[in-house]
Design a protein around this ligand. Sequence first.
Ligand SMILES: Cc1cc2nc3c(=O)[nH]c(=O)nc-3n(C[C@H](O)[C@H](O)[C@H](O)COP(=O)(O)O)c2cc1C
Length: 243
Amino acid sequence: MPKAKRRQIEVEIGDFALRILQFGFRDYHFGMTILSDLRRDYSLAGLTEAEAGDDPFALFQIWFGQALEAKINEPNAMVLATATPDGKPSARTVLLKGLDDHGFTFFTNYDSHKGREIEANPAVAAVFLWDELERQIRIEGDCTRSTTEESDAYYRIRPLGSRLGAWASPQSAVITGREFLEVEHAKLQSRFPDGDPPRPDNWGGYRIVPHTFEFWQGRTSRLHDRIRFRRIGGAWIKDRLAP
Ligand SMILES: Cc1cc2nc3c(=O)[nH]c(=O)nc-3n(C[C@H](O)[C@H](O)[C@H](O)COP(=O)(O)O)c2cc1C
């Protein structure tokens, strides 16, 4: 091992040992990387009140366009949090598939874990993280089911494999093994030989109708910009939040 590399390791191990003494806890480390050391300073852009404008849907569309231009991987992926009526939360990623002046639409199985939670408690939150742009958007609102026409229209444009997948997978149920899915999928191919399965009744869209948005732009020294919009009465009220 070259001398310089060895010295570097000694310094880092020394630093690691020192931390154990200082903080009294064993920091998680992966090779020479120490978890609590992982951080970045954000300096790409800012967000002023003027840039944020008065309409959070319009700002969302501007930012989404910029995320597409930046070729972010799956810019329409959002982490969706739901909760039971007594407030036990759960979260998972879903894909935004529709956007209009009223809300954000995603598609799923209505009998899934999230579907059952939404039916019992429509209050949800979602987060988009566009790390490459040092941006995060949070939305909070209530979910309503898409109309059957909307769900049918989206189901029809999905690839056949995904349309059959919606039939094959009892989403969120415990299954005996991977084979179960493959057998079900194969059975469905013979059940719908014309390759045109109808939309299963338990699969469709939910529209999140937001009452709150927050646009977060990372800034240097953790002095990030946070602009929040809340719908109060018929108007959007804008505030700046401390980071
Ligand atoms: C990038 C990504 C996109 C996903 N998109 C969807 C989606 O649009 N709809 C969906 O039901 N599940 C989607 N999933 C799977 C969900 O995260 C989750 O595993 C599934 O919906 C079951 O969640 P539940 O048991 O909490 O209902 C996606 C997962 C990833 C990683």
